[in-house]
Design a protein around this ligand. Structure first.
Ligand code: OSB
Ligand code: MG
Length: 386
């Protein structure tokens, strides 16, 4: 394992307009704001994306407590200064630094991703291979990962059916519909009637309470792959009570921040599936650990998405190549999100509803520096020379 010394870390706030507005039970997103982290070491540059959110319209709620501003503070004032000048041959020292924060998983994940990219490049390995190194998985690595598309709340049921039809036309097999109270049974019934055989799932983003159990039970008749995060963002216990009443598998997203949470959720039977997002769990290291636990327990997992640019998407694709990721991810092609992304080449959908795993070292995509500069709103540099 080669050593890398971190000379300098650059942070940028960027914002990219989405091709289509994305409405969920939390509100409406018109753009994807994020922090792009670049870490420099001896001529190499590693790239990571921090997916903390930001209110962009008056009507909002947050997916998590982290915002671009909190993550900027944590990265610029704590994590980056703690790392510059350090020499490492794995992400573990950074994981330990991150633990001291007691939270702020998205900020940690953004910096950790840049270091994973650097380390994989210095080993000459694609990130997908570097993530497997020393893990003793018996299955060979996937070179394509199964993906689906996450469909926001539309203005009518008919519009939803035609939006879904458009995505199926493009080759997406698994469809996820965002739901909220009043936008659930009817839309699920209509889409299921039109597409009787597609893998179909719903995501409530914590919009329900246990009192809605009777309503949620009505969804059992639609042969759903799963229902994602019906109850509170910080709950595990009540999801167990709900799962006992539903035949549809519950998948937890917002509630799972640590390996312990995953253990507790499985032990309580609060869910049968976990959506792993590197940002939510504090990075690829912990994401892989939740994957490993799930693999050993025979629990299926999949990789979620936060509308990432090509930088975050490439890392998600690498994570999705691990053997326990047996369900399609929210990792759609670049053209589902942006007119012009900041990486090349774009991720494209293969005819079998997969995305190919990059084969170049590190995250395996190149940065379009001009495009990145165009989207940049703010920049900071943390270097060892001060
Ligand atoms: O709950 O999975 C979610 C996007 C932003 C915040 C939360 C979620 C999502 C998605 C989009 O569902 C997934 C994607 O990136 O395609
Ligand atoms: Mg979700």
């Amino acid at each position: 394992m080669s050593n890398i010394t971190i000379d300098r870390i650059e942070l940028r706030v960027i914002e990219i307009e989405l091709i289509s507005p994305f409405r969920t039970s939390m509100g409406l997103e018109l753009t994807h704001p994020c922090i792009i982290v670049s870490a420099f070491s001896n001529g190499l540059t590693g790239w990571g994306e921090c997916v903390a959110s930001q209110a962009v319209t008056a009507e909002w709620a947050f997916y998590s407590y982290e915002t671009v501003e909190t993550a900027w503070h944590i990265l610029k004032d704590f994590l980056a200064p703690a790392l510059v000048g350090k020499t490492l041959n794995s992400v573990e020292p950074l994981v330990e630094i991150g633990e001291r924060l007691r939270g702020h998983p998205m900020a940690r994940a953004g910096l950790e991703a840049a270091i994973w990219d650097l380390l994989a490049q210095s080993e000459g390995l694609p990130l997908a291979d570097y993530l497997r190194a020393g893990q003793n998985y018996s299955q060979p690595r996937r070179d394509r990962v199964n993906v689906g598309v996450s469909v926001g709340i539309q203005s009518s049921v008919e519009e939803t059916v035609s939006t879904v039809a458009g995505y199926i036309e493009q080759g997406y097999r698994r469809i996820k519909l965002k739901i909220e109270p009043g936008w659930d049974v009817d839309v699920a019934r209509a889409v299921r009637r039109e597409f009787p055989d597609i893998p179909l799932m719903l995501d409530a983003n914590s919009a329900y309470s246990l009192k809605d159990a009777e309503r949620l039970k009505q969804l059992d008749e639609f042969n759903l792959l799963m229902i994602e995060q019906p109850l509170a963002y910080d709950d595990i216990y009540e999801h167990a009570k709900l799962q006992a009443q539903l035949s549809t598998p519950i998948c937890l997203d917002e509630s799972i921040h640590t390996l312990k949470h995953a253990e507790w959720a499985y032990e309580l039977e609060a869910c049968r599936i976990i959506n792993i997002k590197p940002g939510r769990v504090g990075g690829l290291y912990h994401g892989r650990a939740i994957h490993d636990l799930s693999l050993s327990r025979g629990k299926p997992v999949w990789i979620g998405g936060m509308m990432e640019t090509g930088i975050g998407r490439a890392a998600n694709v690498a994570l999705a190549s691990l053997p326990g990721v047996t369900l399609p991810g929210d990792i759609s092609a670049s053209n589902r999100y942006y007119r012009k992304d900041i990486t090349e080449p774009p991720f494209v959908l293969n005819p079998d509803s997969t995305v190919s795993v990059p084969t170049a070292p590190g995250i395996g995509v190149t940065i379009d520096q001009r495009q990145l500069d165009e989207y940049t709103q703010r920049k900071a540099v943390v270097s060892s020379t001060g």
